[in-house]
Design a protein. Structure first.
Length: 212
């Protein structure tokens, strides 16, 4: 799978109203990447700091969250699965599920859930949302084997070979993950016609933040 399929959603999102300001993204640390850069992620990198950290262009982050919401909205949300092995991603995906109806599997991903019909908790989702392709590699491999498209939050060190829609962001920080999933929740609800505009999502960002 490659990222060729959702190009229409990406083009549309680039022309629309932003979800959040650059300051909002930067306050949450969504722009802070790692000291590694993959060829797949180079187009989303704004600059490299003196300390070697790669900085993500949050304009791309905003546009890609909106594009991902459009892509996700094509699916029955009950058939969309969000996963996060990372601790700081567990609460945000639970909140995403609470507000949108998406299915979620926080924490350890047991082998066979997407590929073995005899496995305990076997699921047949139509779409997978991964918090970090490195940490969620088991889910990503099973999605690929089962032919399930993938939306993933990708940091500067991530490979994107088997990802259909990339959301470039710091996918390790507590506040960054809360912000991205908070924004994704309201964008999905707007795309689904559940709310009239982004301001109608009356949920505080702090509700998505994992405890320290």
């Amino acid at each position: 799978m490659t990222e060729e399929k959702p190009q229409e959603e990406i083009k549309e999102a680039e022309q629309e109203i932003r979800l959040a300001t650059e300051e909002t993204y930067m306050t949450a640390g969504a722009h802070i990447g790692t000291r590694q850069k993959t060829a797949n992620m180079k187009d989303f990198i704004y600059k490299v700091r003196n300390d070697g950290l790669y900085i993500i262009d949050v304009n791309d982050t905003d546009a890609r969250i909106r594009a991902a919401a459009k892509f996700i909205s094509h699916f029955d949300l009950s058939q969309v699965l969000a996963v996060s092995v990372r601790q700081y991603g567990e609460k945000p995906i639970k909140k995403l599920a609470e507000h949108t109806g998406i299915t979620t599997l926080p924490g350890r991903f047991r082998p066979g859930i997407l590929t073995n019909p005899n496995a305990k908790g076997y699921l047949e989702p139509e779409l997978l949302i991964a918090t970090d392709p490195l940490a969620d590699i088991q889910a990503l491999r099973e999605a690929r084997n089962a032919g399930i498209p993938v939306v993933a939050l990708c940091d500067t060190n991530n490979e994107t070979k088997y990802i259909d829609m990339v959301i470039p962001t710091n996918n390790k920080g507590r506040r960054a993950l809360a912000l991205v999933y908070w924004l994704l929740s309201k964008a999905i609800l707007k795309e689904k016609g559940k709310i009239e505009n982004y301001d109608a999502f009356q949920v505080e960002l702090e509700e998505f933040e994992a405890e320290i």
